[in-house]
Ligand binder design. Sequence first.
Ligand SMILES: Nc1ncnc2c1ncn2[C@@H]1O[C@H](COP(=O)(O)OP(=O)(O)OP(=O)(O)O)[C@@H](O)[C@H]1O
Ligand SMILES: [Mg+2]
Length: 836
Amino acid sequence: MTTASELTPAMRQYLRAKKDLPDKTILLFRMGDFYELFFEDAKTAAPLMDIVLTARAGVPMCGVPYHSMRGYIGKILDGGYNVAIAEQMEDPKLAKGLVKRDVTQIITPGTVLDDNLLDAAQSLFLAAILPSRNICGLALLDFSTGDFRLTELRTVAALETEINRHRPAECLLPISCLERWRRDGFPDFPPHLTWTPLEDWNFDFEMAQDTLCRHFGVASLDGFGCRGLTAAVAAAGAMLGHVKNNLRRDGAHVTSLRTYQAEDGMILDRISQRNLELVEPIFADSKDNTLMSILDHTVTPMGARMLREWILRPLRDQAAIEERLDAVGDLLATPTMLAELRELLAAVRDLERVVARLNFGGANARDLLVLQHGLDGIPGLRAVLADAAAPLLASQRAELTELPEASGLIARAIVDEPPLAIKEGGIIRTGYHEELDMLRRASTEGKDWIAGYQVKEQERTGIKSLKVRFNKVFGYYVEVTKTNLEMVPADYMRKQTLVNAERFITPELKEIEDKVLGAEEKSKALEYELFQDLREKLCVHTVAIQRNAQAIARLDCLASLAEAASRYHYVRPRITTEPVLDIRGGRHPVLEARLKDETFVPNDVHLDARADQLAIITGPNMAGKSTYIRQVALLTLMAQMGSFIPADEATIGITDRIFTRVGAADDISRGQSTFMVEMVETANILNNATPSSLIILDEIGRGTSTFDGLSLAWAVAEYLHDHPEVKARTLFATHYHELTDLALTKPGVRNYNVLVKEVGDQISFMRKIVPGCADKSYGIHVARLAGLPREVILRAAEVLKNLESNELEEEGKPKIAQTRRKKSKDTPEQPLLFDF
Ligand SMILES: Nc1ncnc2c1ncn2[C@@H]1O[C@H](COP(=O)(O)OP(=O)(O)OP(=O)(O)O)[C@@H](O)[C@H]1O
Ligand SMILES: [Mg+2]
């Protein structure tokens, strides 16, 4: 083991930097052209980064070239560690003694800024949670855009919904809370969430408030609507303090704070998000199955991120919904406006993230061009929207601010195709800065002089093959081949002898060389300075650029919905606050687009708070029950996000929440059995549904014995119908035909079934929902279609027959096990259900 006294000064500097870092943080220590890792960090990270671990003087180490460092950050984060970066704080050439080095930033899963590690179509949130007595404060920050929001939640379920909707990569919380959850069990949060506990005092309200006020330069947070939200403010302040102090990230692009009410939007819990395949498919390999894949025709990354939010958080306020519908309708009615708008939007790149990098000092010259192009598009966007009638389009137009000063500055300063590096020159245009031009001229003139010098010396010495060359070791030199050596003049100074040639320098050459190289170096340094200065000047416009980005995102979403409506022939739904749901000729948005050979069969639905409150849907397997009930949920959701919908016409009564209980999804990872999951989800529905909710139940009670299942299904249906606090509009698909008897005694229950046509021994699926109940399940028929062995099919048909005829043996046992075929193998006594 190396002791402290044996350590080199650089190593002592390293250990000092390492000492102040939080746990589980790997330090990348800049040394010349490399980022080096030492000791335990090297051992831990080398396999994660897939690089070779070496050792020097007994110290384990590894390193990566500085220019490829970005690629490795993701690998370290994926391994469950944070990354601290220590930079050289002064130019090594100018430093006296050891170069000063400092940790400039710590990158955690929730605070990644690098474009290579971010998903353009998805926000990356860092969350902070503060549960206190009856309320839970929640703050969310997308560091890559500066989007900062907070809210307070009254129940654990509401917290779960918000966390599942935002899917933060990392969550800060008081250490005492983490300990409690470790003991008592965690809420239902998405997997792979990184927990970062902070000492409880970080969440002190006064301190948090002070941090926020100082950051935003305000005397009070009331202007942000934060009055009374102590838990949320404490969470937000703790988070900002953590980002600034612990992670040493500036956050100047976090320019405002937005409060929101979780209840303002339609509530979609994790289960429903998943069951309805809103943004992620249930099976990872079928990305095309999501609602997002159908509705997303956005052309900007900001738009894609916002649309995702719209889908996961449909609206509940009628006026806000109508406002979006008006805008979509306006665009749809003016196809030229829609087409032009989308074309102009497509030229805008990720303004939101560029402006974040700009403030953070990480923006390169290409980022500035992205900014310039984005800003240059704004006059065009404003012009296209000049005649837009819909208030939402007009207000977005008003939000768009032209910033000719900023874009003109970039246009004047930056060359057309700048390099990625910002310290190597080649970024700034000629004519932008006089001194830079002079330096560049000096350098070119010097180079011209050198070219001329070669000709001059060839003439003077008579050596035709004499060359003036350059290398990094001696700079410029004259090279003469061995055969011509006797012609070399006396003033040449020999520098190096090669096999066939000798290299010389001359005082004249060196004098010019100093000028050329000096000018080059100076011009690079000056360019960097000018570039930094330019970034600072542009930062002044941060708020205006962010507002532009938001307006562009909203326009992109509206255009995307209009585009979907036009492609798939959607209609505008009527929105009402009455608890009704009336859809004529509704179609499943995803399935209708994906069906190749068949055409989709449209269906109606009518639900209300009186005679049609609970629809029981029976019908054979494969008939289309599940498709139908999901379709109703999706159309409701689409309408409330402000989208047109696939139907002939529709009236949608605003829904506070869509509950789904669908299929049997095993959740072994959470330590619950299939049936347990089913019951937990059902309990959640019964306990939380209101008369404004929409409930989709697909085969409740399947995971247990038939009698238990049927009894539970029956009781659940009764409860949903009878309980005055629930009475939610409900669609209940089931194979328990017994449930259809409910309609006899319950006034709000209606029976429907899916039509099938029986032709001989074949059935054909009509996919049509009609009043009445089904009498058969045709399960064996479907099993045959699925290719079960003929022997099994025959036997199943036989057992079914026995069951249906309720035949019992003398002792009173069912004759399920019996077979009649023993008697006559070739010709059965009586025809089976299907004559296979
Ligand atoms: N309206 C429709 N138009 C065209 N095809 C449809 C329609 N509805 C359903 N289908 C097709 O039928 C298939 C089966 O539908 P679905 O899963 O809804 O049946 P189900 O009645 O729920 O069956 P099970 O009782 O086995 O769960 C779907 O995958 C789809 O391809
Ligand atoms: Mg089904």
